[in-house]
Design a protein. Structure first.
Length: 180
């Protein structure tokens, strides 16, 4: 299934889960954890192989996922997994989880930002970048950092559907494209 098609199919399920989660006390965090766990489990190659077995029934698919994620699941989550299995939508759980997180961060007016740098980002640099992004995006910013020495210098900032590549490697690649 193409990514755009998967997202289109997953969107109403993610919206339904989000609406249901909002009706529960602490539901957004609970559902975020449940959907995240389900997405990780059903993306594992060994689990994917079992789920793709044509002889496995919808009840079998739901049972497998619920057994593997039993600690995180509540009644609403179990019903949701059963519904997805019944309509042969288990494979879109990672997309549902991703969309749910986008709805949640939009609702909470927060955004997850990943900063990849050639060197460790200091607390003061992290704070400066966070303040600038908060002004630019108009939302609270949660920053995760990573080090990738292959960038040579500078940073790459990723958030939702935006990538700001201010790395030396990125600039060299752009220059090489312009020269060819």
């Amino acid at each position: 299934m193409a990514e755009a098609e998967t997202t289109t199919i997953a969107r109403p399920y993610a919206r339904a889960a989000f609406a249901y989660a909002q009706s529960e006390d602490g539901g957004l965090d609970k559902w975020s954890k449940m959907l995240g766990s389900l997405a990780v489990v059903c993306s594992a190659p060994s689990v994917r192989e079992v789920l793709d077995n044509p002889s496995l029934t919808a009840e079998g698919q739901a049972g497998l996922l619920l057994d593997l994620c039993s600690e995180e699941m509540n009644d609403g989550g179990r019903n949701f997994v059963g519904l997805l299995a019944e309509y042969d939508r288990i494979e879109i759980l990672p997309s549902i989880s991703e969309l749910f997180e986008l709805f949640k961060s939009s609702f909470e007016e927060t955004v997850e930002v990943e900063i990849t740098s050639a060197f460790e980002v200091s607390d003061s640099e992290r704070e400066q970048i966070g303040t600038a992004l908060q002004k630019m995006l108009g939302r609270d910013v949660n920053i995760a950092t990573d080090v990738d020495a292959s960038l040579l210098g500078g940073v790459v900032i990723r958030t939702e559907d935006t990538v700001i590549d201010n790395s030396v490697r990125g600039k060299l690649e752009k220059l090489a494209q312009q020269l060819t």
